[in-house]
Design a binder for this molecule. Structure first.
Ligand SMILES: CC(C)(COP(=O)(O)OP(=O)(O)OC[C@H]1O[C@@H](n2cnc3c(N)ncnc32)[C@H](O)[C@@H]1OP(=O)(O)O)[C@@H](O)C(=O)NCCC(=O)NCCS
Length: 140
């Protein structure tokens, strides 16, 4: 059975680094396995949810928010061995629980748009983004 935890107190940081080493994300820090910066980003997040299979960290996601108006969800990642078992949906549910009044934004990775549609998100008609790097996610 998968167990879910809220917060960073019990995080297995090496496990988190390995998770994002596998699935990428965290603004490119995942593939670089840059644990100090990944840790810093998670520690100052508004809400962090992790998923555990016995003692193994198998999924995570986080929300950045003012807690009043807006929230942004980032870095939802599930180990390949544990994908398509409902863990991603559950992490999102827990991230949003208690914050139903917030306007929530997120960006899907290519190929996962249907996942977000399935769990109730809608495409934003006028979303804009500004990145410090060239990105295939941004129009010219
Ligand atoms: C995208 C991701 C988070 C989905 O998590 P998951 O735990 O595998 O998804 P779930 O099992 O909770 O899926 C919920 C539903 O969405 C569907 N779904 C999941 N990924 C999908 C995809 N890529 N395309 C279409 N449907 C998808 C599932 O089949 C399930 O459908 P159902 O309710 O009809 O059974 C996971 O695949 C992942 O970590 N990918 C790599 C990292 C990544 O790109 N993350 C996204 C960052 S924005």
């Amino acid at each position: 059975m998968i167990e879910y935890k809220i917060g960073t107190d019990d995080i297995d940081w090496e496990g988190l680094r390995d998770l994002y080493g596998e699935v990428g994300l965290v603004g490119g820090l995942g593939k670089k396995r840059d644990l100090p910066k990944i840790r810093e980003a998670f520690l100052i997040s508004f809400k962090v949810v992790t998923a555990w299979d016995n003692q193994r960290l198998v999924g995570a996601g986080r929300m950045i928010s003012d807690g009043v108006c807006y929230g942004m969800i980032f870095d939802l990642g599930i180990l390949v061995t544990h994908q398509r078992q409902g863990i991603g949906r559950q992490i999102i549910n827990i991230l949003l629980k208690g914050h139903e009044d917030l306007f929530i934004h997120l960006t899907s990775t290519f190929g996962n748009e249907e996942f977000y549609k399935k769990i109730g998100f809608k495409k934003h008609k006028t979303g804009f983004a500004k990145y410090p790097i060239k990105s295939k996610y941004l129009e010219d």
